[in-house]
Design a protein around this ligand. Structure first.
Ligand SMILES: [Zn+2]
Ligand SMILES: [Zn+2]
Ligand SMILES: [Zn+2]
Ligand SMILES: [Zn+2]
Length: 973
């Protein structure tokens, strides 16, 4: 690391507090003392502390190897606690600490009994007649069997003298005497030893058989294997035959799978040998590769609900009430004097390992801060009076405020718009002594950041992400009974295991003691767990810088394997991020993950094509493609994963969707009925790989490598499939199609042929850039289809109108036809366009004539004749509107003018009306016989008017008036 090297503190100086974890001198507990080395602690200065993601990026090369680290902020970084403790209340969960590790598997003893009796009948020819009694009570053989299984089987239990531990399993809380241990051992040998052997043989058979069968499957038809499994069901003992007859009856109607609700693929439908419900072997979590030997019981029958261990929702507490509870608990364990943390930690593991009695505690965990409030200031929250306004504002915006962390620049979660509790929105935790967070890693393998607001410290343990597989192996082998009953146990977050067991198996474990004001970071896929030393309050959120991406990809695969609904679609997140701008630090990570997704998607799409699915269709566009919006997508009916990139559907079940990996599972139809749906073509996806490469503009940059990588993966294995004549490649088919499409354009347009070509093109369109010529051709075909369709539609309307001549039919507007005819070049050869052109020319001429008639002063008869021509025309010309308006106005004018001219009574017409008519006719610009008559009338009226004025001006003479009146008479005769 360079100058900006964060100062990791000497590992040993983690405060005397933690020396407890590294010192073993005082250790004498049954489980052995803890020698857990400390994870690194960092003390960034103010400058280094400015940007959390930047700082974590810097410490990662060192810290990630521990899976966890602690960050102590600079002294002046002290956010006020934003919640009002007086009125803050929260729900709790009850945790049975003594059962986190030492608990019987949540087995249904009835299922055990059933299977055990079947074993006795088949292999020993007898039935368990009477109950087995142990110290006066009936012995639970199921618990005894699982107890011995937990400690490695009979031989190991005897050798390692674990009968005491076993008896704690069988009947917790009772005193264990030497005699009891001995009796238990005897009873086991008598009743269960043979069964254990049989059980182990069966399980070994699974492992061996699995390999053999996979190999066979490659060679021959898999169905052989499956049909054998069905026989297994029918040839068993009497009871089962009865059961199976019933099943067969039902099978004709419906034996549906409890997971995917489909009754198809009966050859891999596994029937529970107790409840007879069915599951496809691929619909189990995790899926089975083959039908298991022996009897099979579903997980519902293996785990009766009442026994399933978990944290039970408990009471609602105020902080004050919870404090009293926490204080009481602490006094009960350690009195009122001070106790070293070494002591407390040791006590915790004693309880977990079952040697310190029953302990139940309350934990206010996973409190949604959008409901219960955050311990950090938030802009829209009520500020407590005790906090200064500027302090509040300062910490509202701090990047270390966990409310801000997921959305910081450089965080992949910026692309997520909706608030996902615990991921985008922090969770709050109110803990008490021994309240625990069990071994787990984060959803989607995210990073997590945890801040301790106040109270007693939190003790953390972690296993680096690189050792996750080793960790799981130890968990499985240490708790075999639990994992047999619940293969997805690690998803449940309810199981603890002493770190010393991990260490004994050479799995590295580290510890951190988090004090108030400290941040703890967990790295992707690092398993972590821990407990609280007393009353405290912490807050945590997930985050995801670009280097998280490959881990996110791993997490997504895990959800798929265990058929669990993911929090979001990893592929969508990646595509959204790749489309946005990213910095040089992020881009290599995005590019790499994008390339992985691209390659995987490509190979699946190719398999789909090879298997005969040739229909394809793009998925509908996203409303907001710049954000992750998974809720719009359907999920695979088998693995429950969101279908963002692609899906397969079938016409037989339109509402069902499957992912490409489960394409065969949707139904039993012929592939031709199925259809590939895709969000992006492979060409677009490969563009996204390049977009995410920030160096793409530089010459000789790694992007050239990338291009080579992609083109290599395109060329190296030519995509072919079997046909009758041998093999054919997708590229050859595309070539053939292109030449057919080319020919299509040399002939007069045929609608059916065009539609067929477009349908055929579907099998190429999902693919890579090599199909661009096909895409261009499809564009041309679409244009041709639209154009030719338009021409034909117009022609039909013109013809219908001409023959029917009905006023109800609407005529095609000339502009629309002109638009079609103006295409240059024409999209295809549609002969109809010539006829349409002829008709259009006629309309065009009329339109021009109307235009010139309207712009010059024409006679009304001419306008009328034009209008009647328009009425006979099958095409609508918009000029006709003006024409008819003008004709109508002229008619009104004529009526009015005629009235004036023919008026015989003196002074019946007002001169203003005459003036109005005069101006109207000049505006109308039309030649009418009445025009002259009216103008004449106006002239006369005006001359009369002026004479009257003259007379009225001059000295009044009767003679003049008489002359005038004479003239008026003439005027009106
Ligand atoms: Zn199923
Ligand atoms: Zn069952
Ligand atoms: Zn699926
Ligand atoms: Zn189908």
């Amino acid at each position: 690391m360079g100058k900006g090297k964060p100062r990791a503190v000497e590992k040993g100086v983690l405060g005397q507090n933690l020396s407890l974890l590294s010192s073993s001198s005082s250790g004498s507990s049954s489980s052995g003392s803890l020698h857990v080395p400390s994870a690194p602690v960092y003390y960034p200065n103010e400058e280094e502390f400015k940007d959390p993601l930047e700082y974590i990026y810097k410490i990662r090369p060192e810290a990630e190897a521990y899976g966890i680290c602690k960050i102590v902020p600079p002294n002046n970084w002290k956010p006020p606690f934003a919640l009002n403790l007086e009125n803050f209340s929260f729900p709790t969960k009850t945790q049975a600490i003594h059962q986190l590790q030492v608990r019987p598997a949540s087995c249904d003893s009835k299922t055990f009994e059933l299977e055990y009796n079947r074993f006795l009948e088949e292999h020993c020819g007898k039935k368990l007649k009477r109950r087995v009694i142990f110290e006066g009570d009936e012995l639970d053989l199921c618990k005894l069997f699982n107890g011995v299984k937990r400690f490695g089987g009979y031989d190991k239990v005897v050798k390692e003298k674990k009968w005491g531990e076993v008896s704690r399993f069988v009947r917790s809380g009772r005193k264990i005497t030497e005699c009891a241990k001995h009796v238990l051992c005897q009873l086991y040998q008598e009743h269960l030893y043979d069964y254990e052997e049989y059980y182990n043989r069966l399980n070994k058979g699974v492992a061996k058989g699995c390999k053999r069968k996979v190999r066979e499957c490659k060679k021959s038809d898999c169905r052989m294997e499956f049909s054998r499994s069905k026989r297994r069901c029918k040839n068993s003992d009497g009871e089962k035959v009865k059961v199976c007859n019933k099943v067969e009856e039902e099978e004709e109607h419906d034996q549906i799978c409890e997971q995917c609700r489909s009754g198809l693929h009966g050859e891999v439908m596994l029937l529970c040998d107790r409840c007879n419900k069915g599951w496809h072997i691929y619909c189990l979590s995790p899926p089975l590769k083959q039908v298991p030997p022996g009897n099979w019981y579903c997980f519902e029958c293996l785990n009766s609900d009442k026994d399933t261990f978990g944290f039970v929702p408990g009471k609602h507490f105020t902080v004050e009430a919870f404090r009293r509870l926490a204080d009481r608990a602490k006094r009960r364990w350690f009195g009122s004097g001070s106790t070293s943390r070494v002591q407390m930690e040791k006590k915790f593991w004693e309880i977990v390992e079952g040697s310190a009695g029953d302990v139940e505690v309350m934990y206010g965990s996973d409190l949604d801060t959008s409901v219960y409030g955050s311990g950090f200031p938030r802009a829209n929250d009520q500020r407590p009076e005790s906090v200064e306004a500027n302090l509040w504002d300062e910490y509202c915006g701090s990047p270390w405020n966990l409310n801000n962390l997921p959305k910081l620049k450089g965080s992949m979660l910026q692309a997520v718009h909706h608030n996902i509790t615990g991921v985008m929105v922090p969770w709050l935790y109110v803990g008490m002594l021994f309240s625990s967070f069990c071994w787990h890693f984060e959803d989607h393998c995210f990073y997590s950041m945890n801040y301790l607001h106040w109270g007693e410290p939190k003790c953390w343990y972690s296993v680096p992400g690189s050792e996750a597989g080793a960790f799981e192996k130890v968990m499985r082998s240490s708790l075999p009974d639990l994992f047999d009953a619940q293969p997805d146990l690690l998803f449940q977050l309810v199981t603890m295991l002493n770190p010393s067991v991990l260490q004994d198996n050479r799995v590295p474990v580290y510890t951190v003691l988090q004090e108030p004001g400290n941040f703890v970071i967990t790295f992707p896929r690092s398993y972590h767990g821990g407990f609280n030393f007393g009353l405290n309050c912490a807050e945590a959120v997930n985050f995801a810088p670009a280097d998280w991406l490959p881990h996110g990809g791993f997490g997504a695969e895990l959800y798929k394997t265990y058929l669990k609904t993911a929090v979001l679609s990893h592929e969508e997140l990646l595509c959204v991020v790749a489309k946005g701008d990213c910095d040089s630090k992020a881009s290599p990570h995005i590019k790499k993950e994008m390339l992985r997704i691209y390659t995987k998607e490509k190979s699946w799409r190719e398999r789909i094509w090879r298997s005969g699915i040739i229909k394809s269709s793009p998925m509908p566009m996203r409303k907001c493609p710049e954000y992750v919006g998974t809720e719009e997508d359907p999920a695979c009916i088998i693995c429950k994963q969101y279908l963002y990139l692609s899906a397969v559907v079938c016409s037989c079940r339109p509402s069902a969707f499957v992912c490409l990996e489960h394409w065969e599972r949707i139904c039993e139809c012929k592939p031709r009925r199925r259809c590939l749906l895709y969000r992006h073509t492979l060409a677009e996806l490969s563009d996204l790989v390049f977009t995410s490469d920030s160096n793409r503009f530089e010459e000789r940059s790694p992007s050239n490598n990338l291009r080579r990588q992609i083109s290599c993966s395109n060329e190296s294995n030519v995509l072919t499939k079997k046909v009758k004549e041998g093999h054919v490649s997708l590229a050859e088919l595309a070539e053939q199609w292109l030449s057919r499409a080319n020919k299509f354009f040399h002939h007069p347009y045929l609608g059916d042929a065009c539609a067929t070509l477009l349908k055929e093109a579907e099998q190429f369109l999902w693919a890579g850039p090599e199909m661009d010529p096909v895409r261009d051709m499809v564009k041309r075909l679409n244009a041709a289809q639209k154009w030719a369709g338009g021409i034909r539609d117009c022609l039909l309307k013109v013809q219908n109108w001409s023959s029917g001549h009905s006023c109800d039919l609407e005529r095609v507007p000339l502009e629309y036809i002109a638009e079609l005819l103006n295409y240059d070049p024409m999209p295809c050869n549609e002969p109809g366009h010539l006829i349409l052109k002829e008709r259009a020319e006629e309309a065009w001429r009329l339109a021009q004539e109307i235009d010139s008639a309207l712009s010059s002063c024409s006679e009304i008869s001419m306008l009328e004749s034009l209008y009647s021509r328009f009425c006979d025309l099958p095409i609508y010309v918009k000029e006709s509107k003006k024409l008819s308006k003008k004709i109508a106005s002229a008619k009104i004018w004529i009526d009015c003018a005629k009235k004036c001219i023919s008026e015989t009574q003196s002074a019946a017409v007002d001169i203003d009306i005459l003036h109005k008519l005069k101006s109207e006719i000049s505006e109308l610009q039309i030649q009418l016989p009445e025009t002259e008559l009216l103008l004449d009338l106006v002239r006369k009226a005006e001359s009369c008017q002026s004479q009257c004025k003259e007379i009225l001006k001059a000295p009044f003479s009767l003679k003049n008036v008489e002359v005038l009146l004479q003239e008026f008479k003439k005027f009106y005769c």
